[in-house]
Design a protein around this ligand. Structure first.
Ligand SMILES: [Zn+2]
Length: 148
């Protein structure tokens, strides 16, 4: 077939090509816009992730610091308890030493200390009667005992 090209058909072809170019340009622009939008969202997500990572790291550091402080407090508390226990033991020793240096004022017999949560008292092994009060034992009566 022989195609007869006329000015009218040429003009129509030009118009189709122009439309095709317009469509192609619009498509490129739409793709570019969508790509730009996705890039922006992606950047926002990256920034958010950075911020959250920073917050998480800060929280981890703070948790470690608090843990160390708690450990230090536990050590200090344990040390204080040990000191208190040693002091209590020393006080008991001193009290016992003082108690061992006591004797009965009436018969000069050694007396023992009966401890009690509300105080305590001196006593003979066998109660000899009233009027037997404990006093510090004379140094001469202490044979090889602890020095007062
Ligand atoms: Zn006595």
């Amino acid at each position: 077939m022989i195609r007869i090209v006329t000015a009218a058909s040429l003009a129509a072809l030009h118009a189709e090509v122009d439309d095709a170019w317009d469509l192609a340009r619009q498509s490129r622009e739409e793709v570019a816009e969508q790509w730009a939008a996705r890039l922006a969202v992606s950047r926002e997500l990256i920034e958010e992730r950075k911020a959250l990572t920073g917050i998480a790291r800060t929280a981890i550091v703070q948790a470690e610091e608090l843990s160390q402080q708690a450990a230090q407090l536990r050590q200090a508390f344990t040390a204080a308890l040990l000191v208190m226990a040693r002091q209590a033991a020393r006080i008991r020793q001193l009290e016992q030493a003082g108690h061992n240096a006591m004797a009965c004022a009436a018969c000069e017999a050694p007396v023992a200390w009966q401890d009690c949560p509300t105080g305590g008292w001196w006593h003979h092994l066998d109660h000899p009667g009233d009027g037997h009060d404990a006093i510090p034992m004379p140094a001469s009566a202490m044979e090889g005992g602890e020095e007062a």
